[in-house]
Design a protein around this ligand. Sequence first.
Ligand code: GYE
Length: 326
Amino acid sequence: MKWMWMVALVALVGCKSENKAPASAEAGAPGAPAAQKKLSVGFSQVGAESAWRTAETQSIRGEAEKRGVDLKFADAQGKQAQQIQALTSFIAQKVDAIVLAPVVETGWDVVLSQAKQANIPVILVDRGIKVTDDSLYTTLIASDFVEEGRMAAEWLAKQTNGKANVYELQGTTGAAPAIDRKKGFEEVLAKYPELKIVKSQSADFTRAKGKEVMEAFIKSDGKQIQAVYAHNDDMALGAIQALEEAGMKPGEGVTVISVDGVKGAFEAMVAGKLNATVECNPLMGPLVFDTITKVRSGEKVEKFIKNTDRLFEKTNAAQVIGSREY
Ligand code: GYE
């Protein structure tokens, strides 16, 4: 009789183990079938300085949610020290990958070496970095900022017949888009001796600083101001406000060109106050996670995955504005 109970018991346990691992072999225990572990990704974002930045954050967080990724998000409020802290914490948490939008170009070697030692791939988004060893990051997904600067200058040269006093609103000091958008712009200006940058100052990619710096330019130079080149739309919108408050005519008397292509810029173009903007696509969520999946499956990815940009003018803004996603 007793042995019959034994047979029944063995039969019972057998069944369970097919469906569920025995108690001792809980998920993650040696020999237990691997529970479907969520992909964990650490995302260190610059901050929320512009409409562009907010659109990028939403694109990456939205895509992570769609794909069921465990995304650890850290907003650095524009501070590199906070980004380094976030990366150090991601490494300690043994995330599967790191996504970094680096606020500035330099100062990343140490923390990225730690990520490399921990075998955690680092995907850079929208801004490049300068490191001693390129293998410290896997790839950069971004636009070509030098080319954006060239596009803006070529357009302005045509618009002004190569002759104007230009006032430049630079992005965050030390940030790749600020350095490169200036470089590309100046490269083209060299061909037009009467198209000159009269004053140039950082307004940190924000609308408020754009207004403030433009007010100072107006106070010192007033009517001499013929054109404004802003490294992003938010600063241009601040400058437009300052020009209007000073009784000047942005979009007419003063030609204004910027970069990003956010909705606010299209509204300003439709209103005739902004002349043109060079698009810079922030909607990188799908591409970021496709790239992480490729890297984790051992597939080779390009070192620089380049987004293509277009230039939009106020002449065609009204037709396009309805289809803009950010
Ligand atoms: O142009 C600006 C943001 O890094 C490309 O950063 C990005 C830039 C973008 O503040 O709006």
